[in-house]
Design a protein around this ligand. Structure first.
Ligand code: SF4
Length: 302
């Protein structure tokens, strides 16, 4: 097998979209004003124990503001409107349609990325997403984090793996692209557990995957519940895990994120998360040192 990704060593979503669209494609992180059923009591209370008050949308705002931020930096680019904060399919379907259509009406918005939970995808929502994906570039992002149900209970994720499997099956049948999120360093998880989740993702072959290190933000329940997990994973261990993971992923899976990007304000640990450039460089160096790349070790678990 050959490295088709040059110095990146993996199928990064940026270059992938540039090839598809023939220009640079930027994501606009949007707070669509949704909430989360794992917080308001519909599915659970308190939310996932690591989730901060903004529901994961640290840098999310609205489309005009996000476009302004990028203008001058990039010219002749297109945009994917990324509904990031909380659960972006958790509303009546008419309201969802209105919000998605509003985003698509902006000039140069060429697609939608919609982050949600697998238990927030009733048939009418899948139907809407399927309809939209016929005329725009669309993917749905699901926060799996780990395949272990014991871990799901520990982090108060609020659904078992069977719910995720069912949602993936319905999204696949409707022809909708999916991106799966994984978190490394969750309480009680061994290296083997984390690699088990990666192998699972390699088997189900979503459109994309996002890797995050677990981080500890002020005011989140994980800090009180699992103080023994502080200060979190060491940077070297995380880099090695990401490289191990990408090596076993089939080359067609796009990599949307290889490290989380927490805000400095309120971050307790790990502090190395704030130097994202160094983390990304270290991952490139690790691939170089190993002489490996995405898919170079897909055979090890066959
Ligand atoms: S599902 Fe997402 S928004 Fe809801 S509590 Fe968990 S991490 Fe936060």
């Amino acid at each position: 097998m050959e490295n088709s990704f040059g110095s990146m060593h993996y199928n990064a979503i940026g270059p992938y979209l540039q090839k598809q669209f023939g220009c640079r494609v930027a994501k606009l992180a949007i707070d669509g004003g949704f909430t989360c059923p794992n917080r308001d009591g519909t599915k659970g209370f308190g939310g996932c124990i690591y989730c901060s008050a903004d529901g994961g949308g640290h840098f999310a705002s609205n489309i005009p503001d996000q476009m302004k931020l990028l203008s001058g930096k990039w010219t002749n680019s297109k945009y994917i409107a990324y509904f990031q904060s909380y659960s972006n399919t958790f509303a009546p379907v008419d309201m969802l349609r209105q919000k998605y259509e509003e985003a698509l009406a902006f000039p140069d918005v060429a697609g939608l990325a919609i982050a949600t939970r697998p238990d927030c995808l009733p048939a009418e929502v899948i139907e809407l997403l399927s309809e939209l994906s016929q005329r725009t570039y669309l993917w749905v992002e699901l926060g799996l984090q780990s395949i272990k149900d014991a871990t799901a209970l520990r982090i108060n994720r609020g659904y078992p793996l069977t719910v995720f499997d069912d949602a993936m099956d319905r999204l696949n049948r409707a022809g909708i692209r999916t991106v799966v999120h994984l978190i490394f360093g969750l309480p009680g998880e061994s290296h083997q557990d984390m690699m088990g989740s990666v192998r699972y993702v390699a088997d189900i072959k979503p459109f994309g995957v996002k890797f995050h290190q677990l981080y500890f933000m002020e005011g989140t329940r994980i800090v009180q519940l699992y103080p023994e997990c502080l200060p979190g994973m060491e940077m070297g261990e995380y880099i090695s895990l990401v490289a191990d993971s990408i090596e076993i992923l089939p080359q067609e899976i796009t990599i949307h994120r290889i490290a989380g990007d927490p805000p400095a304000k309120g971050l307790i640990a790990p502090r190395w998360s704030l130097d994202k450039r160094s983390v990304l460089n270290a991952i490139q160096m690790e691939f170089k040192r190993r002489g490996s790349f995405q898919g170079s070790r897909t055979d090890i678990y066959q």
